[in-house]
Structures are given as C-alpha cells and as structure tokens.
Write a protein that binds this ligand. Structure first.
Ligand code: AHR
Length: 489
C-alpha cells in the first residue's frame, strides 16, 4: 500500500525562502540578449527585457547571485560602472569572449530591485585582490562621503545599494578556475578578504566557496576555513550539476540519494567543526549553483553552445527532487541558487521576438508558489524501483510544508514511475482536512518531452480543485509527474 503520513506537529524546522534563489552570470546570452537588450522593442527604458522580468517574477526568487561563476575570477567591477561609452571592452578568459561591460553592478542591482530580489555579489578571488573586494562593498553599501560612495552617487544611485550577501571567490577548488587555490591558500585568502569587507560593512553576510567537486578535499577545506576564519563565516557554498549521462531513466531518478548523501556529508563536516570549536551560532549551507547540465558541455565553444541546454520532462522531475531535498534539509540549507536563469542552463529561453518556458521552469514555480514556512518530517512508503547502484528506492519522492498559522499544508510528490499511476493515501496524523484542496501537476506526454518556441506547452502545469475531509485523502499520482497538493487543515 502506498501511503504518506503527515503529522503537522512533527516539524523539521523553518524554511528559508532563499532556497528559491537564482544565479546570473556574464556568459553567452544570459545577460546580453537575455536580461538586458537595450535595442529590443521588448525592453523597458533601462534596457531590461520586460517579458523576461515578467517570467522571472513568477519564480519569486528572493536572492540572485552575480556576476559569476567562472566569469567573476577575472572580473574588474570598476569596468562595469559609470558612463557606458567609457566602459572598456575586455577579453574574457573564463568563457573566451569579449565583455562589453555595458551591464554591471548598478544595472544588476536595479534589475534585482525591479524584481523585488536581494542581490548577492561574488567578489573576484581569482586574479582580484582584497582592496578591489573591499572597495566594491564600499561602492555599494557606503552612506558616507567617501570617494567610492560619491562615485556611486555620480553614477545615479544616491542611496546605498545595501547588498547584503557577498561571496568570496567561485569554485576555487577547481583547476579550471582563474586563480585556483589549494585549501590552505583559500582559507587564508578568505580570512583576509572577509576581514576588510566586514570592516567596511559589518552587516554583510559572507559566503565561502568550499566545494564544486567532492574529490577536491571538501573536508579539509571546511576544516581550514573554520580554523582560520570561523568568526567570518555565515555560509559555506557547495555546487553541483547533474545529468542523465547514460540515458538511463531509473538511474537518473536515483539522484535523490546523491542529494541526500552530499548534503548529509557536508552537514556532518560543518557540525563536526562547530562541535569541536564550541561554535553555537549556525553556519549554513548555500547550494549556490545547482541544476541539470550535461548536454551543452565540453571543452570547445561549439560543444558548449553557450550552455544553451534544452530540458525535458525527466529533467523537471530532477529539479523537483532538488527542492524536496532542500526542504528536508531546511535546517542546514539556507540558500540555493538555480544555475542559471535565462538562456544559459536556464528555465527561461529567449529569442529576439519572445521567450518560452523550459520544462524546469514549472517545478520551480510550483515549489516557490506553494511552499510553506515550516518543513515537516514525513513518513511515506510506496512501491520501489532499482536504478544505478541502488535497490529499494521508493518510487515516490516526498516533502511537506505547513504555513506559520498551521492551516495550509503543502505536500510535494514526484512520481518516478515512467509507466504507473500510483494511488496513495495521504493521512493526516493530527488535525483534520477542512475540505479545500488544490492540486497542481507538472507533466507532459513522455519523459523526453521538451518545450520549444514551436511547442511551448508540451510540459506544463494543470490545476484542479477537490475536497478532502477527515484524516485520509486518496490521490492518484500520474506517471512521471510532480504534484503539489495544497490542503486546508
Ligand atoms: O554555471 C556555469 C558554470 O558552472 C559556472 O560559471 C561555474 O561556477 C560552474 O562550473
């Protein structure tokens, strides 16, 4: 029997909505031709694409990371402020391009404010130095009469930008990074950068780059950061990208185990250090780059195709499984940023005339719109499947949340069967269903279905209303679907 049992009193913890964050890098058509296209009839007076703004608003992203990514490790923020005609075009080494710098800090912050989003800036700890990093904080956040605060004013921004989140470096553990660093080199760099950035603005939250690949000493990196800079750490960042490399659906669907293992391992490393050093305040995880990315990859520009990955339904299921994992790990995961937002490994895909929503847009919107304030510790049992190295994986992948008032229960279910609808009893172990129930389902004709300009709604969301009363509600979860059941209780 397939059953989900929920006790609203069995709570894991508060969910930080920053798990619905995004990431925008200067890469391919993300900024230019995606977010920013001043010559386009679709752009507003700032050059921001209005259709893109409207689509991003639907994702309710509370925070967006910028400007990279690998890009940031060669970036000079000063190149991207001031009169546009005076901004230098630079050779960009991370993605082998020319960067016009027509979009920079002020444009990004203005774009975020137009969205109601907090900007999260990453400083260059690749070929950049601590002076440049500290100056950037001052340019953005200082209300004084300093030359840098006045530079911002002269550029049209009288009030400070008040950028709260600051990352120090990107994927410093990887040899592909400009300024790749050993664990010790990075811990030392982090401490010195963080120290002066905090002296400029003591209120900022700092994010250390720890691991983009668990083969590159994540435990040692974590340990050294704690030993050298524990008082300067707010978040430790992990990145991952996944894909259906073997074209094996069952194996792909076992990625939930990978997410659990990676988050638990990272939580363990952080908790061990906090325990050893007697640190009581939380130090959180930021999964500040995550997504499906495996097709538009490779060493040459042609192979990478500007990272214009096209997504199908099975990828949408994997995106949903990420959110289930972040909700279940809400005590440690305080931020997560899908990489990226427009055109580049992204839920939104544009051309000069418009856009379409990729399959992965829909689970993102489903979770961001229906997620409550508190994660619940759900018990569920269901049919199982085998895939990759795993046996006995439950076909349903489940999380649940409740709002602060305790009246709205959201249950998120991924049915990982390619063929079977799964009838399941959703049992409320304390309290009662009050009647109202909304079901929103992301699905499409088959697991390889994609959206495109020609067929923008192959994979989409359908909503229906139903009633649930008493303690048990029976729902049939469609094959290869993501469902949000939102109950009044
Ligand atoms: O998001 C694309 C790239 O993936 C980022 O620039 C880098 O941080 C990661 O390797």
């Amino acid at each position: 029997m397939n059953q989900i049992k929920i006790d609203p009193e069995r709570q894991i913890g508060k969910i930080n909505r920053d798990i619905f964050g995004g990431f925008a890098e200067h890469l391919g058509r993300h900024i230019y031709g995606g977010i920013y296209d001043p010559g386009s009839p679709l752009a507003d007076e700032n050059g921001f694409r209005k259709d893109v703004l409207a689509a991003v608003r639907r994702l309710k992203m509370p925070v967006i990371r910028y400007p990279g990514g690998n890009f940031v490790s060669g970036y000079r923020w000063r190149d991207g402020v001031g009169p546009k005609e005076q901004r230098p075009a630079r050779v960009e080494l991370a993605w082998q391009d020319i960067e016009s710098n027509h979009f920079g800090t002020d444009e990004f912050v203005a774009w975020c404010r137009a969205l109601g989003t907090e900007p999260y800036l990453v400083v260059n700890a690749g070929d950049g130095d601590m002076r440049e990093a500290r100056d950037w904080v001052e340019y953005c956040n200082s209300a004084t009469g300093s030359a840098l605060a006045n530079m911002r004013r002269a550029n049209g921004f009288d009030a400070p930008h008040n950028v709260k989140f600051w990352g120090i470096g990107n994927e410093v553990d990887g040899a592909w990074q400009i300024g790749h660093k050993t664990p010790d080199e990075y811990a030392r760099t982090y401490k010195e950068f963080a120290k002066v950035m905090r002296w400029v603005d003591p209120s900022i939250k700092l994010i250390a780059s720890v691991t983009s690949d668990f083969r590159y000493q994540p435990v040692e990196r974590t340990q050294l950061l704690f030993e050298q800079a524990s008082d300067l750490l707010d978040y430790l960042a992990v990145h991952w990208y996944v894909g259906n490399h073997d074209d094996d659906f069952a194996k792909y669907m076992t990625l939930s185990e990978f997410f659990e293992a990676r988050l638990s391992a990272f939580e363990g490393a952080i908790d061990a250090m906090r325990h050893e050093m007697g640190i009581e305040r939380p130090i959180s995880i930021a999964v500040d780059e995550w997504n499906v990315w495996y097709r538009a990859r490779g060493n040459s520009r042609e192979e990478r195709n500007n990272l214009e990955e096209r997504y199908n339904l099975e990828d949408a299921l994997v995106v949903a499984m990420h959110f289930n994992a972040f909700i279940r790990h809400c005590r440690s995961v305080q931020m997560a940023n899908i990489a990226q937002i427009v055109n580049v490994i992204a839920p939104i895909f544009t051309d000069e005339e418009g856009l379409f929503l990729q399959t992965i847009f829909h689970p993102f919107e489903l979770f961001a719109s229906n997620c409550g304030d508190i994660a619940l510790d759900v018990f569920w049992k269901s049919d199982t499947f085998s895939g990759g190295n795993y046996n006995g994986i439950r076909t349903l992948d489940v999380s649940a949340t409740i709002d602060a008032a305790g009246k709205k229960l959201s249950v998120f279910v991924v049915n990982r069967s390619q063929t079977d609808a799964i009838e399941t009893t959703v049992t409320l172990q304390s309290g009662q269903y009050k009647g109202g129930l909304r079901a929103a389902v992301v699905n499409g004709p088959d697991i390889k279905a994609e959206n495109s300009f020609e067929q923008p709604e192959q994979v989409t969301v359908r909503e229906s209303r139903n009633r649930a009363e008493g303690k048990d509600y029976v729902h049939v979860f469609e094959p290869h679907s993501v469902t949000a059941l939102v109950f009044e209780i």
